[in-house]
Ligand binder design. Structure first.
Ligand code: PEP
Length: 248
């Protein structure tokens, strides 16, 4: 058995109201006994209600957190608040946050540390733009984001890395399995170099970017792909269930 438990993670982004919690009921009844870990990161307004419906079968996470534990930050949410609401994970450094909110590696690192301080497992997102790939700079960008966004206290339990090429998110474009494999192998090597083999081998590496039921099995067959971070196809239990089945 692999030392890394597979993870199917859904990111609902700014989608979903109470009516959509029926999708969680369908996921629980269809995939509540999946061998892989299943996680949904809904809007913060749904976390408490989703936790109640998930019946301990599906983990629930936040999509972002503030670096500070509390204070005068109108509209923000702290990692401790996510934990208190029942979350066990938080995403940091999603490319939409890096683009929409100017989040730098330094900010992502501080948010990741805040997540750890609250006892959350943090999914740190990294990935190149199309321009960076076309300039043959993908691995350099990955190196910079890994070094800048991931704090020193990483373990196989508190850290998950999501490799999400920006040009593949929500576009229907997916890198070749060779391209995914090259980046995931590179990330694994860098983690082992920095944190030692014990930690480096146990951190889970997710691929994210236009994963669908129809392409999931090919992506999951790539070495060092331990699961997926899924946006659009996580909104409906039928679609996400197909991805869970491909991972299981
Ligand atoms: C994402 O936003 O993390 C993502 C991977 O989106 P999609 O699956 O829709 O490409």
């Amino acid at each position: 058995m692999s030392e890394r438990r597979k993870l199917a993670a859904g990111n609902w982004k700014m989608n979903g109201t109470g009516a959509d919690l029926s999708e969680i009921d369908a996921l629980v009844s269809g995939h509540g006994d999946a061998g892989c870990e299943v996680l949904i990161c809904p809007p913060a307004t749904l976390i408490t209600r989703m936790v109640a419906r998930a019946d301990g079968k599906i983990a629930v996470g936040g999509q972002d957190c503030h670096p500070a534990a509390s204070g005068a930050h109108t509209g923000d949410i702290s990692a401790a608040m996510l934990k208190d609401a029942g979350a066990s994970f938080v995403i940091t450094g999603h490319s939409e946050r890096r683009a929409d909110h100017g989040e730098t590696d330094e900010i992502v690192r501080a948010k990741t540390e805040a997540g750890w301080a609250a006892g959350l497992t943090v999914i740190v997102c990294i990935g190149e733009t199309l321009d960076e790939r076309e300039a043959s700079n993908t691995l350099g960008i990955i190196d910079g984001q890994l070094a800048g966004s991931v704090p020193d206290a990483a373990t196989g339990h508190n850290l998950v890395i999501a490799y999400e090429p920006v040009w593949a998110i929500g576009t229907g474009k997916v890198p070749s399995t060779d391209q995914i494999g090259e980046v995931h192998d590179h990330i694994r090597t860098r983690l082992e170099q920095r944190f030692g083999a014990g930690v480096g081998r146990t951190v889970r590496l997710l691929y994210g970017g236009s994963v669908k039921p129809g392409n999931a099995a090919d992506i999951f067959a790539v070495p060092n792909v331990d699961g997926a971070l899924v946006g659009g196809a996580s909104l409906k239990a039928d679609d996400f269930g197909g991805i869970i089945s491909a991972l299981d």
